[in-house]
Write a protein that binds this ligand. Structure first.
Ligand code: HPA
Length: 264
């Protein structure tokens, strides 16, 4: 059984930490998903590069529901995701890692639920704690053990993209309490919770956001910072997988108990 998945964001396209990697494909009600499966210290791990292996899928066209459904179908209970983010918070600098704990949703055109009425009905997911507190704590411990500095909380603002933001938007997000800005964590986090999986994200600050940064933003700059810190991301994830006990129960795995639980 594959109980752990990694969803790699910008700059994390290859699960080089895994042994015996094979490519797999699965059909879901939302489309076909290609993913890799490998092993790390005896644990089977699935890997999905969120933007495709060649960064060919933009944030607003990612098939979030298919990816989540596929992971649930193969037995995944814990997802560790990575995201590249811009920072609105001067204490969170390029190169820093943040184990985000809240989000502000500024997406516009995405399907954010498996529950659209009809046969599946309607469900109102509680997102008081959108990210699994237990998995976040394991990431914090892993960072500590590996000597990697992390911010243990942060508010992620999710924009629709694919364009970067205007300085006026960044100013507004900062006033609303946002720390970081990215384009992919919503609805990935909420779909994982609807599907009753533990989910946590390590955000990697690649740049100060528009208007805070003295220069115009480039995707190249984002990739460069990701590449410079790829080793630390790998170390953090490896350590976390090592200390993960996939047999323990968690409230995330009963997130829809009120609605009879999530059904594939
Ligand atoms: N804005 C949105 N998404 C991002 C940024 C940014 O500044 N940097 C990396 N991903």
């Amino acid at each position: 059984m594959i109980k752990i998945a990694i969803i790699g964001g910008t700059g994390v396209y290859d699960p080089r930490i895994l042994d015996n990697v094979r490519e797999e494909q699965i059909e879901t009600p939302y489309g076909v998903v290609n993913y890799k499966v490998g092993e790390f210290r005896g644990k089977a791990i699935a890997f999905i590069p969120r933007h495709g292996t060649q960064h060919s899928i933009p944030p607003h066209l990612i098939n979030y529901r298919a990816n989540t459904w596929a992971m649930k179908k193969i037995g995944v209970q814990n997802i560790i995701a990575t995201t590249a983010v811009g920072s609105l918070n001067l204490d969170m600098k390029p190169g820093d890692f943040v184990i985000i704990d809240q989000f502000l949703d500024f997406t516009k055109n995405r399907v954010t639920t498996f529950y659209e009425g009809g046969e599946r009905g309607v469900a109102h997911l509680d997102v008081t704690e959108p990210y699994c507190p237990s998995l976040r704590e394991k990431l914090r411990l892993s960072a500590q053990k590996s000597g990697i500095a992390v911010h243990t909380k942060g508010v992620y603002v999710c924009t629709e993209g694919p364009r970067f933001e205007t300085p006026a938007e960044i100013n507004m997000f900062a006033k609303l309490g946002g720390d970081l800005v990215g384009m992919t964590n919503v609805p990935e986090v909420t779909l994982a919770k609807e599907a009753e999986m533990c989910y946590a994200t390590v955000s990697m600050v690649t740049n100060f956001a528009a208007g805070i940064s003295p220069q115009p933003l480039t995707h190249h700059e984002v990739l460069e910072t990701m590449a410079a810190n790829a080793e630390n991301i790998k170390k953090l994830i490896m350590e976390c997988i090592d200390i993960m006990d996939t047999d323990t129960d968690c409230t995330c795995q009963h997130a829809l108990a009120e609605y009879g639980g999530f059904k594939l």
